[in-house]
Design a protein around this ligand. Sequence first.
Ligand code: PGA
Length: 264
Amino acid sequence: MATAPRTPFIAGNWKMNLDHLQAIAFVQKLAWTLKDKNHDFGDVEVAVFPPFTDLRSVQTLIEGDKLELKFGAQDLSQHDAGAYTGEISGAFLAALDSAYVIIGHSERRQYHGETDELVAAKVAAAHRHGIVPVICVGETAEDLEQHGPSAVPVAQLRTALEGAAAGREIVVAYEPVWAIGSGQAATSAQAQQVCEALRAVIAEVQGDEAAAATRVLYGGSVKAGNIAGFLKEPDVDGALVGGASLQLEEFASIVRFKSHVGTL
Ligand code: PGA
């Protein structure tokens, strides 16, 4: 498949780490570090995904100081408003200028029983509010053994895309569950194989143009030492980074993967 110019995207999923004060300090330092190293945000886009209670502080900092970092939330409700105690509406995220929202992370699927249908409803909610969904898919070790490398993520994406509005941007993140937080990343060849299959699903459902424009990320134990290998693959357009996104120098180094000597 022809590769359109897709801006690489490095996304830091903080999970349930850093309160709003820590978030302010971290984002400031990240922005300074990248500025010091002359990072070109047009060349590699960078976003952080803090907990909900940090979002207002992060927004104020980014907008106030005109930082080129983007930010997003880690989840949203499929509903827009109403009696849903503890839920967060996409309307609220849009009011904070949240560019992105992670949907269907394996920890949500595993600990909160999120189904493919719910993920699709959340994708629809994100699009209703003009937020780009970062749709996470991935197989467990057991799935891999039983169904092979791409069957489960492909099926998950097919259902999730039922919620996507025509012509609206999505980001897809392939995150093998066995690679998340395990220190055992997929090989770049494994990531390429599944990311290619995911792009084929986008082509089938939304057409070739959308498939060529959509960024497909890899996630699962991404580090400064392995990022360049993933980004060499034609269908891997960036990374969703968990643990390493909380380490300032490590994350900045992941963002600057193009500068890794001799690796790209
Ligand atoms: P990890 O997490 O980088 O710590 O493996 C990735 C994720 O869960 O998004």
